[in-house]
Design a protein around this ligand. Structure first.
Ligand SMILES: Nc1ncnc2c1ncn2[C@@H]1O[C@H](COP(=O)(O)OP(=O)(O)OP(=O)(O)O)[C@@H](O)[C@H]1O
Ligand SMILES: [Mg+2]
Length: 268
């Protein structure tokens, strides 16, 4: 049995909007009582239609926009305890990669500096930083010779590789990937997906992978969770959820999908 790396208990996120004029302030529940766990070195795929709360959940789990209520524990670290040392450790353990690699990188900073950011924050000396940046760029398929170039010199796919290198710099164990290939050309998407599969194996990573693309979710995921209106309505091992979805909504979702590939072999 594999050990659990990620536990999310009853997480909710409420957005409050100030009322105009004499209107009362309104609240909107974007995520409601979501619970799941992810075993170490596995992928939980999260699907659901636009606006159902996937990104809100991702940011809450990463503690970037902490939940209104509920608990998140990753590798035994509970950011809700608000202890500074725990928080710093959590920030290193959990990294998030967003959809848009264009807005994820500072256009005025050379990519080497962007990748080194987390290392600088940890006080890693300059020489070691430079070696580490070269290693990370090489690992994601970017020539280390290009470390001094700015993001505009790179394509969308290359930028997403650089963003992934930056996330990996702090040696995380858990990556939250929020539609990481959705903004890329279809021809590039598979390359980035394969890179993520390789990195997961080489570095023993655990992923929460969010996508609209059911083929991709079926290909990557060990488990799949289906989200609707802020809650997870169904979660099961990938083969089971695809072959015999319980919920009507899940059936409809996968019935509309293009031909699904054979789920990837679980033995690798
Ligand atoms: N900062 C915010 N303030 C108020 N409401 C928000 C905020 N962020 C998101 N929402 C609302 O919360 C709901 C969930 O949004 P979210 O971005 O999490 O959905 P999503 O599933 O990621 O959608 P998509 O597939 O389009 O990325 C939406 O109704 C959205 O309008
Ligand atoms: Mg989103």
């Amino acid at each position: 049995m594999t050990a659990e790396l990620v536990r999310v208990d009853n997480v909710s996120k409420v957005y409050y909007q100030a009322g105009l004029l004499r209107q009362r302030a309104r609240s909107m529940v974007a995520v409601r009582n979501v619970s799941f766990s992810i075993a170490a070195n596995t992928v939980l795929g999260l699907v659901g239609e636009s606006g159902c709360g996937k990104s809100t959940l991702a940011r809450a789990v990463a503690w970037l926009d902490p939940p209104t209520s509920g608990r998140v524990v990753v590798s035994g670290i509970d950011p809700g305890l608000r202890e500074r040392s725990q928080m710093a450790l959590f920030r290193r353990t959990v990294q998030i990669v967003f959809q848009d690699p264009y807005s994820s990188l500072n256009p005025r900073q050379c990519i080497g500096e962007s990748v080194a950011e987390g290392l600088r924050n940890q006080g890693v000396p300059r020489d070691r930083r430079r070696r580490e940046v070269a290693r990370l760029l090489d690992m994601v398929g970017i020539s280390p010779n290009r470390a001094s170039e700015r993001p505009h010199r790179f394509s969308g796919g290359q930028r997403q590789r650089i963003v992934i290198a930056r996330a990996l710099a702090v040696q995380p164990r858990f990556l939250i990937l929020d539609e990481p290939v959705s903004s890329l050309d279809v021809s590039i998407q598979a390359q980035i997906v394969n890179l993520l599969v390789d990195l997961k194996r080489e570095l023993s990573l655990t992923y929460l992978f969010i996508s609209h693309d059911l083929n991709l979710i079926a290909y990557l995921s060990d488990e799949i969770a289906v989200m609707r209106d802020g809650t997870i309505i169904e979660q099961a091992p990938a083969e089971q959820l695809i072959a015999a979805p319980v919920h009507q909504y899940t059936r409809a979702l996968f019935a509309d999908a293009p031909v699904l590939p054979e789920p990837r072999s679980r033995s690798s």
